[in-house]
Each structure stands twice: as C-alpha cells, then as structure tokens.
Design a protein around this ligand. Structure first.
Ligand code: COA
Length: 276
C-alpha cells in the first residue's frame, strides 16, 4: 500500500480513543476500493492496541461520507471481469459489516456532515452514533436508479421505525441530525461545534468500564438481535457468555460486590465502581 493509499484514512490516538477519519474531503469522503483496503488494515491495527478502548469513526471536512464512490465502484467496473467487481464489493462489506459490527472495541460513529447511501452501513455498524444537528442523511440510491443494497436497507430497517425508513428509501429525501436522533438512527445530535467534545465525553464513559465486560456486552446484544434468537436459546446463550466472562474476568464483579456491599463506597445504580 502506497503512502497515498494510507492517507485515505487518518488515525489519531488520544488517551484511550482511536479517532479514525475518512480522508477524502475533496470527494466528500466517498468510499473507494482502496479506502476499503486501508480500512481493513486500520481495523486490524486498532483492534489489537491495548491503549485503545474506543474507536470513533468520522470524516474529514463537510461529510461523514458521501457513500460508495459512484465512479470507482460503478462506472469504472463496467466491462471488467465480474470477479473483479465481486472482489471489490466483498472487501467493502467485509470492513463495513463483518469486521466493524463485531469489532472488539467499543465504536462510536461521529456523523459530522453528509451521510449518503452506502455510508449508512458503517455508521449503523458502530455501536453508538452521535450526529451534528445539521448533518444530512440521505438514502440517495433511488435518486440515481439503484437500490440501497449491500445491507444498507437492512441497516436502515434495524435502526429506524419501518414507516420512516421506507419513506426515506422510496423518496431519497434528506433528513438532518436532529431527525436522525428522534428516529433512533443515532443516539443524539448536538451542534457541530460541540460534536467532538460530546463524543469524547461518551467515549470517556465507556473507557471507565472493564474492556472484557464491555466487549462481551456489545457482542451479546448484537448477536441476540442479529440472529433473532428465541427466548430459550437466547437464555442459554447469555448464560454461557456470562459464565465465560466470569472465568475470564471474574475479578470485575468481585470488585463491584465489595465496593457496594462491604465498603459501601458506590451504588451500581448511580455509576461505576473503581477499577484500580
Ligand atoms: N462518488 C463519487 N464522487 C463523489 C461522490 C460519490 N459518492 N460524492 C461526491 N463526489 C465527488 C463529486 O463528483 C465532486 O467531484 P469533482 O470535484 O471532481 O467534481 C466532489 O466529490 C465534491 O462533490 P460535490 O457534489 O461538489 O459536493 P457538495 O458538497 O456540493 O455535495 C453531496 C455533496 C454529498 C450532496 C453530493 O456530492 C452528492 O450527492 N454525492 C453523491 C451521493 C450519493 O448518491 N452517494 C452514493 C451512495 S451509494
């Protein structure tokens, strides 16, 4: 990978947080096959760093991302062997969906501006999302004659009320960060000037938690949801994961018990126990 390719994604490490930014602001961070390759590398790098507890995904400039690069993923693929197209798309879905959705660290999408079409997928794959009030979300596919495919429709259906999601998929009309928060597509929206500060505050709440418990917490939530587990299997699965966690990080709950029941130094309903 050339240094130019590496620059397609910017990574900054700061006190437990990896700030990962799409870095094609002049193209509104439209995602190319090379960017997908770089994101796979970045995810591998961030995931194993012990000094990182939270990864924030955002975009440089005025866009989070304008979605799939229409030239590189669509027009330039015309006439190429089908296998090439499949490989390029597979790499894209690999990072946006399989890797990111079950990433081993907590993830927050920080939606700073335009979030179009294909960009809904990485945004929704993050555990949490915060948008700028004026960020613009648009399922633009219908406006240029394709479907919100590649699991974008699934990401919308899973994170918005059905009537609202189908409305935006069928009309291609935009909605803003405040609306996205009201629909549940993002957790909250704040003025753009406060976006980074608010994201950092949320990351700091997550950094207080035990990394092992946090990882397991997000994983069981998503797998229970994604696999539509029935109540019996879900119960079995959650018990098994809980027991696995006690074996791997049982000291965490012991600390919690002690500080609540013996030391009376905190109340679980009102915050976190001291981890050190
Ligand atoms: N694919 C390829 N190029 C894109 C792109 C995309 N998804 N989104 C933006 N660009 C390019 C533009 O072609 C332009 O290139 P140029 O400078 O060589 O002319 C550059 O990025 C800047 O875009 P521009 O349209 O001038 O920016 P804007 O701020 O006026 O508008 C958007 C922003 C997001 C509204 C507009 O760029 C847009 O509609 N993009 C396409 C969104 C889309 O449908 N994405 C695909 C979803 S799968």
């Amino acid at each position: 990978m050339t240094s130019e390719d590496k620059d397609l994604v910017k990574v900054e490490y700061d006190n437990g947080v990896a700030w990962v930014s799409f870095n094609r602001p002049e193209k509104r961070n439209a995602m190319t096959p090379k960017l997908a390759g770089r994101m796979l590398e970045v995810l591998d790098e961030v995931e194993v760093r012990e000094d990182v507890g939270v990864m924030v995904l955002t975009g440089e400039g005025t866009a989070f991302s304008a979605g799939m690069d229409i030239k590189e993923y669509f027009r330039d693929m015309k006439g190429k062997p089908h296998i090439e197209e499949i490989r390029a798309r597979r790499k894209n879905w690999e990072w946006q969906w399989r890797r990111l959705r079950y990433f081993e660290k907590a993830t927050i999408a920080m939606v700073n501006g335009w979030c179009c079409g294909g960009a809904f997928l990485p945004m929704a794959s993050c555990d949490l999302a915060i948008a700028a009030d004026d960020a613009k979300f648009v399922l633009s596919e219908i406006n240029w004659g394709i479907l919100p495919a590649g699991n974008v429709t699934k990401a919308v259906a899973a994170n918005m009320p059905a009537r609202t999601g189908i409305y935006y998929a069928m009309t291609g009309l935009p909605f803003d960060g405040k609306q996205a928060a009201a629909y549940g597509m993002v957790n909250e929206s704040v003025p753009l000037a406060d976006l980074r500060k608010r994201t950092r505050e949320l990351a700091d709440v997550l950094l207080e938690k035990s990394p092992a418990v946090l990882k397991s917490c997000k994983e069981v939530f998503k797998r229970t949801l994604d696999h539509n587990l029935g109540w019996d299997i879900s119960e079995e699965y959650l018990i098994a994961k809980q027991e696995q966690l006690w074996m791997l990080a049982g000291e965490e709950r012991e600390r919690g018990f002690k500080q609540f029941l013996d030391d009376k130094s905190y109340k679980p309903g009102m915050g976190m126990y001291k981890r050190d």
